[in-house]
Structures are given as structure tokens and as C-alpha cells.
Design a protein around this ligand. Sequence first.
Ligand SMILES: N[C@@H](CCC(=O)N[C@@H](CS)C(=O)NCC(=O)O)C(=O)O
Length: 229
Amino acid sequence: MIDLYYWPTPNGHKIPIMLEECGLEYQVHPINMLKGDQFKPKYLKLNPNNKIPTIVDRDGPGGKPFTVFESGAILIYLAEKTGKFMPKDPAGRSEVIQWTIFQVANVGPMFGQCGHFLRYAPKKIPYAIDRYKTETERLYRVMDKRLKTQPYLAGKKYSIADMATYPWVKIEWFHKIDIKKYPNVSKWRDRVAARPAVQRGVTLLDDVMKLGNPDKEAFKNLFTKQKSV
Ligand SMILES: N[C@@H](CCC(=O)N[C@@H](CS)C(=O)NCC(=O)O)C(=O)O
């Protein structure tokens, strides 16, 4: 049994997608980041970085409970635990890790900042909007080029790299991206979206939050409260 500490955001969605794909049993613990649950001492013991997602594998290495934070690390942990969605041969495994890290080190942070300055920043700062929008478009071009020759990000097979990236590309409208400019990304997105496990993963708790328009308390918890460390 996996305990999933979760809120329905792009980084959050990655993990129920993988749990659903693997058919693993899991229990959801909502961490309402709009209300500041991510800063509670009990949660900080699991995730010192006060962000979702986190898992606790009740049956971790040596049969003991094991905690994993950082979405990319969670996906790799679950792939290794189940032997699914990451090949065992060194080259195939490395391709999957490369494209998973491409997501967590580039797509997540840059798309995140793009959305922040486009939608949330109290002042419109043209320099910041331009910088992050330009970088977001560039990352779409990187993916589009890759997906011109490969059906999935890490190559021929669907993998955790696709699970990590899909939830961010699903909300291209939020970053004011015209998906028609990226036909290979668009086709890949349709392929991934058609998977029943993906559909279940991205709709988990989707009634508790709408993207955009945080109220005053949510804005404070998400963007101004930095007191956990
Ligand atoms: N690098 C982290 C990023 C996680 C992340 O940014 N989570 C956001 C939601 S998408 C969060 O928990 N934000 C709450 C906060 O920063 O207080 C990962 O991939 O797990």
C-alpha cells in the first residue's frame, strides 16, 4: 500500500497516473496547499521542501515504510519497485531518466514561472513574462523535435518521462501556448490522454481546485509564505 500525499496540480497528477498504470493500491491524503497544509510540521517530516507530492511506501526496502519526495524521484522509485515503465537495459533506462529529468529540471520550473507571471503576479512584468514564455516555447520546440522521430519522449515505449510531462502539456492554454504550432507534441498528447490510467490519474480530486484565481489566503500560502525553513 502506498500513501499518497497529494493535491491536484500538474506535479501532483504525475503520481496517481503512475500508481494507476501499475495497478498499485494507494490511499490518498489531501494536502490542501491553498490552506497551507504543506507547511504543517507533520507534513514537513515527510517532505522537507513543503511541496506536494510525497509518497510513503508502507512496504518499502527491507519491508519497512519508506518515504519519497520530489515527483521525479517518486516516479523512478515506483518504476524500480514494479519493474514497469523504465527498461532495465542501461541505455533504455538512461533515456527514460534523461527525459524525466528534462521534465523536472526544465518543463516544470519554467512552465510554472510562465504561468505565474502570466496569471498570478499582482503586477504585469513584461520582462518576466517574455523570459519565461520564450523559454516555454523553446521547450515545446525541443519536445516537438524529439517527438517527430519517436512516439514517446524516451523513445519507442511509453514511460515515466511521459507521465511526468503530460500533466504540464495538458494545460497548454494556461501558458498561452498554441498547441497547433507543435503538431508532434499534440499527437503525443492525444496518445497519452487516451490511456484510461492517465484519465483516472489527472481527475483524482479534481473537484477541489480550479487552476487560477486563488483567493487571498491561497495566494499567501502559495506565493508569499516561505516560513517552513
Ligand atoms: N520539484 C518538485 C516541485 C513540486 C511543486 O512545485 N509542487 C507544488 C504544486 S505543483 C507545491 O506543492 N506548491 C506548494 C508550495 O510551494 O507551497 C516536484 O517535482 O515534486
